[in-house]
Design a protein around this ligand. Sequence first.
Ligand code: URA
Length: 440
Amino acid sequence: MERMNSVTIIAKKRDGEELSEREIRYFIENYTAGNIPDYQAAAWCMAVFLKGMSREETIALTMAMAESGEMINLSEVLDFAVDKHSSGGVGDKTTLVVLPLVAANGVPVAKMSGRGLAYTGGTLDKMESIRGFSSDIPPERFKTLVAENGIVLAGQTNDLAPADGLLYALRDVTGTVSSKPLIASSIMSKKIAGGANGIVLDVKAGSGAFMRTADDARDLAKIMVGIGEGVGRKVTAIISDMNQPLGRAVGNAVEVREAIHTMRGEGPPDFREHCIVLAGHMLRLAGAANKADLSDIRPSLEAQLDDGTALEVFTRMVKAQGGDVAQVEDLGKLPQAPLIRDVISERSGYLRQVDAKRIGLCALDLGAGRAKKGEPVDHAVGVVAHVKVGEKVEAGEPLFTVHARTEDDYTHAHNQLLGALEWSDRPGLPLFYGVLSTEA
Ligand code: URA
């Protein structure tokens, strides 16, 4: 058999040829072991970015990355492990509500989540707004918690798909993040290594997402569903809007508050609906619901949000993981910013855009996210948007509430948030954005 070397593999991809499973595995194993330097891996990522990957190559890359570290086996404690993953968004606190909802329907959930990335928030940062809540859970305790409690939310260990951790950091600084096969294999490798049998993917499209258009998001979703088929996992992908924040709150404690309100039967209607749909599809993959339109499971999901059942399960999870339950029962005890002030509208009109990315960046600048890897986040700060695309606003009404540390931070946020809005004289979104023609 021909000996392999990394230069030949890079050149083959550069020339648009298909790599074999052996070549991909060789490259990933040797990169993870430190035998292939970053400059070669960067060249390879760029070749993949420019030339793409076939379905077979993407599956091989996914499995090579999944198997580059520990593969969690949940079959001793769960008949069917169902997981969810969001491709990253602004105001996306869905996991906080969906996990308890799924567990409340008798399907145990053992989930690993990450921290915020750039202007997109991370579930662990949000949950750590609750004093004492720990997501640092070793694999054996992870299994015990789900067996005993039916729900566990842990941080991803460094040993889970380490090849993805290394490649992701490299892609971040070499302009190769937004490659569909690289994103698809990155997401799927972590879910497979985490032991999922069924995976619901929330693929975001819009200004606040990696995929700017619904067509691109659909392509990414198709690749991930194809990987699932190829490796024997059930996968459902939902393509959802990320042009404006999901719900109203963007930050950490402000998002926990909104999630808890939603589990008290309140909360923004778009966010509530998002949680019901995701939880419904997870239950369907796990065999606890049958209908593709979720009509058989929807009534019980709605009831469990309204009658406090989901909140009870959430509280149980917080308690089991060392969190202060008093902060769940009394939201006034969650971290509060010293300065909470509205941004008032100076004009009347309809909103054509409430830009998710700009609002995410505003929350980041307030301190809710990290400018550098490993930095602490400020749990108290953030933004609550009172307006949605298409809504009518009168002059003098509040557009946003800013939760800030200082006057300067508030002033900066005020200007950023006004810059996130586009106005229209008509309700709703326009049907057409313009006409280009060869004719005069
Ligand atoms: N999320 C991931 O986990 N990986 C990517 O490459 C992009 C988003």
